[in-house]
Design a protein around this ligand. Structure first.
Ligand code: ASP
Ligand code: MG
Length: 423
């Protein structure tokens, strides 16, 4: 069997949904599980709804109406008749958000996030399911929460592999015998049946979890880019496609912030030697990039830019050395707030930590750090990483920028720079 994952861009509107239908038509004789993300920028839209709701802002309903409109516009373009059952089904999905918004926020932000934002994936899979029915593709719509079991760390839930594998093995093979299985990415479920999410962009990970538990032949991640490229083509127009990379290279690239696939995706595939193909939903003839266990010998320089970085500088309050116990404490606080250090550097009485500038999480983290250390921050920074760097690329992308912090190893060079100009 195979697992396909279609991201937000591949289901962003009616035309995109039709295109997914066309692609799937060619695979109806195969055992296929299809994982779908929320449409287009829906997750960002629902995050904005939640933020407004939590802050009791007046525009909460307007923001929600905007998300709803995009979905109903898509349905109207797919089905001329508004009596089509797809409309009532989508309405039922969004009613769950109405119920949340009716009351004042009582629960924790992260819990509410997962209950509300998860509706994006339910909406997109409902729409696609209606469309597949319309074009005669036999399939089962699966509530992924029946399969992916997690702890209750809302927004960053950890998969309970034993439970998950049991449920997947129990439910999916018999469904695959009947036709294609369509389900939601990004979501999971606690033992108390509350919805969780696996971290932003987590649908790739969902595909990998299913593939691992079902011993899939391969995973295909369908994207709006032709392959994994040596740089973001918006920054580097002549970025080259990489035909193949090893699991090791892929995990390194995602660690440094390459947005090609979710960082957690590789490990479950590596464990079973399952290849992952990143390929274009625009031009299906293109070979894309295969990630597998073949060592990649010579790779060209790969440029990865992480935008909107925050440098947090911690100082001991009494001028004592910043040693192991302080470092350990700082890391515990990062872990508590689900923040990752993108770069870290130790000096005599200080520690520099570079993190993604996510306002709510950073605010909570800084409050904790300030209890223990003197804290300074610098914002408006970019972290530039070049894997397999050479003199030419370093000269082109790093040397002309104002560096704040740098690190270099045999394979990788990283520099934190002021965000003065776009490269
Ligand atoms: N819809 C979720 C997000 O945008 C999950 C995903 O796209 O993979 O983060
Ligand atoms: Mg996405």
């Amino acid at each position: 069997m195979k697992v396909f994952k279609f991201g937000g861009a591949s289901v962003k509107d009616a035309e995109a949904v039709r295109n997914v239908g066309e692609i799937l038509k060619a695979y109806t004789d195969q055992k296929l599980l299809v994982v779908i993300s929320a449409m287009g920028k829906t997750t960002n839209g629902l995050e904005a709804v939640l933020e407004a709701y939590y802050n009791k802002a007046e525009n909460t309903q307007d923001l929600f109406n905007k998300v709803k409109k995009q979905h109903f516009d898509c349905l109207r373009a797919l089905f001329k008749d508004e009596q089509h059952p797809a409309f009532a089904e989508l309405n039922d999905t969004f009613v769950e958000i109405d119920w949340i918004l009716e009351d004042e926020p009582q629960e924790s932000y992260n819990y509410l996030y997962d209950q509300l934002v998860s509706m994006g994936e339910f909406a997109s899979t409902r729409i696609l399911s209606s469309w597949l029915k319309e074009i005669g593709i036999n399939h089962t719509w699966l509530d992924v929460r029946d399969c992916i079991k997690t702890d209750n760390k809302y927004r960053e839930a950890t998969v309970d592999w034993v439970e998950t594998e049991t449920e997947i093995k129990k439910r999916i093979p018999k469904l695959l015998d009947k036709g294609l299985v369509l389900t939601q990415g990004f979501l999971g479920c606690t033992s108390e049946n509350f919805t969780t999410t696996l971290g932003r962009e987590g649908s790739d990970y969902t595909a990998a979890i299913f593939a691992h538990c079902l011993d899939a032949e391969e995973v295909n991640v369908w994207k709006d880019v032709p392959a994994i490229l040596t740089a973001d083509p918006k920054r580097v127009p002549d970025a080259k496609a990489l035909p193949q990379i090893s699991y090791y290279e892929a995990i390194e690239m995602t660690w440094y912030g390459a947005s090609v696939i979710h960082p957690k995706t590789i490990k479950p595939l590596f464990a079973k030697g399952i290849p992952l193909r990143v390929r274009s939903f625009v031009d299906q003839g293109l070979p894309g990039t295969v990630i597998n266990d073949e060592e990649t010998t010579s790779l060209p320089p790969i440029l990865i830019v992480k935008e909107d970085q925050l440098l947090i500088s911690l100082y001991t309050k009494d001028f004592s050395f910043f040693q192991e116990s302080n470092i350990s404490l700082a890391y515990q606080m990062l872990e508590k707030h689900s923040m990752k250090a993108n770069l870290i550097q130790n000096a005599a009485v200080s520690l520099s930590i570079v993190v993604d500038h996510k306002p709510r999480r950073v605010g909570n983290l800084l409050t904790d750090l300030e209890q223990e250390f003197s804290v300074l921050t610098n914002s408006n920074l970019e972290l530039i990483t070049i894997r397999h760097y050479d003199m030419e690329t370093v000269a082109k992308y790093i040397d002309n920028r104002e560096a704040v912090l740098s690190q270099q190893s045999r394979q990788t060079i990283q520099t934190l720079v002021l965000r003065t100009s776009f490269i």
